[in-house]
Design a protein around this ligand. Structure first.
Ligand code: F6R
Length: 605
């Protein structure tokens, strides 16, 4: 998704902004641009380029100096990737420059009106309407000009505005698209993602929807789009700048898969209570009486987070015996759902900024529901909109494809399920059993990661497949779904997940030697049923790769994973398939950290 970075201070701004843009590259983009000025400069200087930040860098002229600037990486929505459509966008008199994340829904009609009044547009973007609206305002201050322009706009935005006549400041605004201010020593930063800031400062202020800010080199203030002053409380970002480095790995995906033992250790740390065989989740804001009153749990997320939520729902049903299910937030928000006061809603998101999830949370809150968050990014929009929740503490996830966050989110659900279970019917003995299982996870993940060479060799045998089927039953089904998503995202091999129990009801027709099946076969009460599915596939000459706790005779290959408690097995069974997807993609020469057409956080509809 698009990225914004801005700076005002004393340093040479262009290299600083280009470095910031590089740190946002992981979000996915197709063009980039930068505009700069300085208190002494007569106007604004801009460079833009279709393609990567290095192409932009190559176009930056030698004497491109200044101490104030805003920059952007664009992910095309309105208009193809091109130099003209890249941000920043400037007014005809070259006085106003804007970078924008989000989508302006009424851009077509605003554009028609502006064109009818003689405004000449230079790009096909929705953003450009904002530039002209700001440029037309004759208000005394830049803040008021931006505010007047925003009144005409419907949709989502995170914007940063630079004006040649007010070049001692940058004005920013947020509605549905993240904006974070970074506070330095006599310098200020702005970005859409802390990744662009942490190398310089860890003191940040996250804007709320409907909030604006004016940043100057030695000062900042926040206020609403209506003009009333707001209180901005700076917080400290936990993540170190180094957490965004590749750390000796060739890709972020590989680094993040490898980090899982420590990441899981972090999500467990300080939360286990051996005395009462339960866990403490400090941020839940749900007392025991309220928790006992819950009649249903509904988990909402998108993509990988939705799959983590499916495993979470299964764990909550098993351990707390509360009916639970997961649904894509993107569907939920559009189907006019019945909002039930006795249901606990849980929003799951790595980034905490996914628009579909945020919109579902806002709709639920409007209707009086209690909503918790299971989120990775501290202080993100979803973390702040929800009534409480569990942070998953996976650390920054840079690769577009989610791996360690999936695992940590599922572990966080294990903690939530145990907590809910122990204040209801779950016995001390079962609580103890689950705690022991949770504690074993980091070492067991390390054991799985040690089999990487074997998994790599296996993956190389499946690269010819045009399509693959992933199957699992009950606990194994969401594991199959996530593994199939991982494979298609990163290798572009078509993959489809099905419940193993549904094979006979259709997908068996696909089975032939050229259609391999990956089967999740845990040693649990459904083992024999899963084995029967393998027989059915083998009888039709299908090739099988099993992920199991013991070698499966009917399978062509088995990846053996360590056994944990039945309820926790799904956490481990997906990990070898992350490596499988990774090595398949590597063998096929894919751009692993930036799969085509995908972005890290989807902050637009
Ligand atoms: C898949 C992937 C996406 C995200 C989805 C939700 O590897 O990364 O499917 O899981 O876009 O993102 P978050 O979790 O940030 O809400």
């Amino acid at each position: 998704m698009c990225g914004i970075v801005g700076y005002i201070g004393k340093r040479d701004v262009a290299p600083l902004l280009l470095e910031g843009l590089q740190r946002l590259e992981y979000r996915g983009y197709d063009s980039a641009g930068v505009v700069i000025t300085s208190p002494k400069a007569a106007g604004l200087k801009m460079v833009k380029a279709k393609g990567r930040v290095r192409e932009l860098e190559a176009r930056v002229p030698k004497r491109f100096t200044g101490t104030t600037g805003i920059a952007h990486t664009r992910w095309a929505t309105h208009g193809a990737p091109s130099d003209e459509n890249a941000h920043p966008h400037m007014s005809g008199d070259e006085k106003v420059a804007v970078v924008h994340n989000g989508i302006i829904d009424n851009a077509t009609e605003l554009r028609a009106k502006l064109e009818a009044d003689g405004t000449v547009f230079l790009s096909e973007t929705d953003t450009e309407v904002l530039v002209h609206l700001i440029a037309r305002s004759e208000a005394d201050t830049l803040e008021e000009r931006v505010r007047q322009a925003l009144k005409h706009v419907e949709g989502t935005y995170g914007i940063a505005v630079l004006h040649a006549d007010f070049n001692d400041r940058i004005v920013v605004a947020r509605n549905g698209s993240p904006v974070v201010l970074g506070i330095g020593e006599k310098e200020m930063f702005v970005a859409s993602d802390v990744a662009a800031l942490v190398a310089h400062t860890r003191q940040v202020v996250t804007l709320d929807d409907g909030e604006m800010a004016t940043i100057k080199a030695d000062d900042f203030r926040t206020y609403t789009t209506e003009g009333s002053t707001t209180t901005a409380t700076p917080t400290t970002v936990e993540w170190e700048a180094e957490s965004y480095d590749m750390g000796g790995h060739d890709t972020y995906m590989h680094k993040e898969i490898s980090e899982q033992p420590e990441a899981v250790d972090r999500v467990l740390r300080g939360r286990i209570d051996d005395r009462f065989s339960t866990v403490h989740l400090g941020g839940l804001n749900l007392d025991a009486r309220e928790a006992r009153g819950i009649r249903r749990v509904k988990i909402l997320g998108c993509g990988t987070s939705y799959h983590a939520g499916q495993i979470g729902a299964q764990m909550i049903e098993e351990l707390a015996r509360i009916p639970a299910d997961a649904e894509p937030a993107s569907e939920f928000r559009y189907r006019d759902p019945v909002v039930d006061p006795d249901t606990l809603y849980v929003a799951v998101s790595q980034s905490g900024e996914t628009y579909d999830v945020l919109a579902a949370v806002q709709e639920l809150k409007r209707k009086g529901a209690r909503v918790l968050g299971v989120v990775n990014v501290v202080g993100s929009a979803i973390a702040r909109e929800t009534d409480g929740g569990v942070y998953v503490h996976a650390g920054p996830e840079v690769c577009v494809v989610s791996t360690k966050c999936f695992t940590n989110t599922v572990v966080a659900f294990g903690l939530l399920a145990l907590h809910l279970g122990r204040i209801r019917d779950l016995s001390v003995a079962d609580g103890k059993r689950i705690i022991e299982g949770l504690r074993k996870l980091p070492a067991q993940i390390t054991e799985i990661l040690k089999t990487e060479d074997e998994i790599k060799a296996l993956a190389e045998q499946y690269t010819d497949a045009k399509s693959m089927l992933f199957i699992g039953r009950v606990r194994g089904y969401p594991v199959a779904r996530e593994a199939s998503l991982k494979l298609k995202e990163v290798s572009y091999i078509h993959a489809e997940a099905y419940p193993a129990s549904e094979l006979k009801h259709g997908p068996l027709a696909l089975i032939e030697p050229a259609m391999p099946t990956v089967a999740i076969v845990p040693d649990d009460d459904l083992l024999e049923k899963n084995r029967a599915a393998l027989e059915e596939i083998k009888a039709r000459s299908g090739k099988i790769l099993a992920v199991a706790h013991q070698i499966q005779e009917k399978a062509d290959h088995t990846i053996v994973v360590p056994k944990n408690e039945d309820e926790l097995d799904p956490i481990l069974m997906g990990i070898p398939l992350q490596l499988f997807a990774y090595h398949t993609a590597l063998a096929l020469g894919r751009d692993i950290d930036k799969p085509r057409n995908l972005a890290k956080s989807v902050t637009v509809e």
